[in-house]
Design a protein around this ligand. Sequence first.
Ligand code: 5AD
Ligand code: SF4
Length: 443
Amino acid sequence: MNKKYYIKTFGCQMNVYDSQRIANILEGLGYGQASTPRAADLIIFNTCHIREKAAEKVFSDLGRINLIKQERAAEGLDTIIGVVGCVVQAEDEEIAKRAPFVDFATGPLTYHRIPEILAKVSRRRGISIIDTDFPAVAKFDYLPENKASGGCSYLAVQEGCNNFCTYCVVPYTRGAEYSRPVGKVVEEARRLVETGSLEINLLGQNVNSYHGEDENGKERNLAYLLRRLAEIDGLKRIRYTTSYPADVDDDLIACHRDLDKLMPYLHLPIQSGSDRILKAMNRRHSLADYLKIVDKLKQANPAIGMSSDFIVGFPGETDQDFAATLDVVRKIEYIQAFSFKYSRRPGTPAAVMPMQVEEKVKKERLDILQDLLFSYQLKFNKQSVGKIMPVLFETKGRHSGQLIGRTPYMQNLHAELGKENLNKIVNIKVTEATTNSLSGKAA
Ligand code: 5AD
Ligand code: SF4
């Protein structure tokens, strides 16, 4: 019988992409997908280290997976447990100590070695293999071809980060910035479209600092890449995430004016509205720089909706600094946002800064910020009522006859529609709106 795998993904969209690529590898080795971990011969956790909570969740869930491994062993079934991703890069020794039942662990830049690792694991049972070297080669060159698993696909074009924001682990876990060559990206995008993707979301920790080489060895920016991808017949929608404000250039802004396929939604994290805090965070932009970029984007495409990440309670953040963050939210009227309490990450400069903010204050500030963010999100969603929007349906809803999709603005939309509309773009008249989703009918 065929062996089965189960992958559990924690964290960001890059991890979702990596899990898809790991699935490609495993399917190439003859593994089939299991619908539950209990049914899997190989269980892989793709982990996130960005905040303490995310990393702790990995360890508690691993404990549960060990119970499954023991239950299966009692039935004479072998289970291999692998951990991949950013927790491995940052805490390999912790994994060996706290989860000794893990058979192998490999970092986010080394998962292309899973076939070799699996061969070793099955020869030497009981011995954990940990592999976290930052390779000199790009893993992408060693991965099997990607293919669409639905109408909407992720495509990693850039990985790693050289920015070293003082709170962030990414430069340590994902390493130095690397851009994939233009030709390879276009090739992967074509293949995704040929196998059913209508929408591609280009990924990178700093996707707009993309500087991959084209077919003639010339370095190209993200704007060039977007224009090349927009030429692909059959590709209907393009997005890119996550961007760094200081790296938004005029070329990129022009794409928001010129390219119909580029969705009118941009996730551009500001983190804080206070220049003092932005400086302490080592961000290379001020509040004024950020506002100017948003202005230019709105001139290029007045329909654009903005999204952001925010951190509250960064060391030294005063009530006044926090008020500046609320001000920027009122000014931009974000249509969606992610907001977090600052989490102290060992090894980052901010972890040892004086004037750490009390947990209680962080929580109060997060509640206030989220109330404000949700009010604008609701306002925007309510304004969508009565409009006709093209929606790409990606999943089935909870009850039969219902599908869930995304509008150009990344809003979730529920509609009563037959499943023949899955992975298609359908014009929908929006009838209702809440903070988190829309409902509508075929127009
Ligand atoms: N604490 C809280 N939030 C963080 N982020 C990154 N590092 C931390 C941290 N130490 C947030 C930032 C980033 C998003 C992906 O996660 O807002 O944009
Ligand atoms: Fe982390 Fe800053 Fe790099 Fe984003 S830009 S990945 S927040 S270091």
